[in-house]
Design a protein around this ligand. Structure first.
Ligand SMILES: N[C@@H](CCC(=O)N[C@@H](CS)C(=O)NCC(=O)O)C(=O)O
Length: 198
């Protein structure tokens, strides 16, 4: 069976878990603490980052966008539309949601890894400005939530879950449409809710 090296707080892992569930692909979940640099993680991804999908034949796939593409091929396009324009839209939404996570993670690591007096506020501000810019854009025009969704909407749900975990009470202000979007996603796809970062 496929094995996924993951952490329950990781937004990219959350996206991939939701994508696999949505596409009907069974994966064995292997929790990993990246700080411990476990041998299996380093052997399968020299960057030491999660998620990593380990295939039955021993090959491993990272990063999360390569994984969603692989799951899409495995499931005969359950995660990305065949239509080139719609596919592009889904890929760009996934990239935007992941990009917000990149900025958020960079802020979390800045605070977590540096001594308090060395935390560089202008860097945090710069990342936060990127996050708020992207969120405002998404809030002005939230993606549709039809019955058949893509890895784009899934990535956004994972991303908002991560923001709620790490920036609760901060990202939601003035973004009611996006808050409602996440709630509607959970109502429409209750089976994916357990994969939201926690
Ligand atoms: N672009 C990568 C980002 C992966 C990533 O940064 N994962 C974090 C956890 S959310 C990680 O493994 N951090 C540990 C580290 O950077 O050492 C992806 O989409 O998979």
């Amino acid at each position: 069976m496929l094995r996924l090296l993951y952490a329950s707080t990781s937004p990219y892992s959350s996206k991939v878990r939701m994508a696999a569930l949505y596409a009907g692909i069974a994966v064995d979940l292997v929790p990993v603490r990246t700080e411990d640099k476990p041998a299996e993680l380093i052997a399968s991804n020299p960057l030491g980052k999660i998620p990593v999908l380990v295939l039955d034949d021993g090959r491993s796939i990272h990063d999360s966008r390569a994984i969603t593409q692989h799951l899409n091929r495995m499931s005969k396009n359950a995660l990305f539309p065949r239509n080139p324009d719609k596919r592009l839209e889904a890929e760009v939404l996934e990239a935007l949601a992941d990009g917000i996570c990149d900025c958020a993670l960079s802020m979390v690591y800045e605070r977590r890894t540096r001594p308090e007096d060395m935390v560089y506020q202008p860097w945090l501000d710069r990342q936060w400005a990127k996050i708020t810019g992207a969120l405002d854009l998404l809030n002005a025009n939230p993606p549709k939530l039809p019955k058949k969704i893509t890895a784009g909407q899934i990535a956004l749900r994972a991303c908002l879950g991560y923001l709620s975990l790490r920036f609760a009470g901060k990202w939601e202000k003035g973004r009611n449409r996006l808050v409602r979007w996440a709630a509607r996603f959970d109502e429409k796809f209750p089976e994916l809710k357990s994969c939201v970062p926690a």
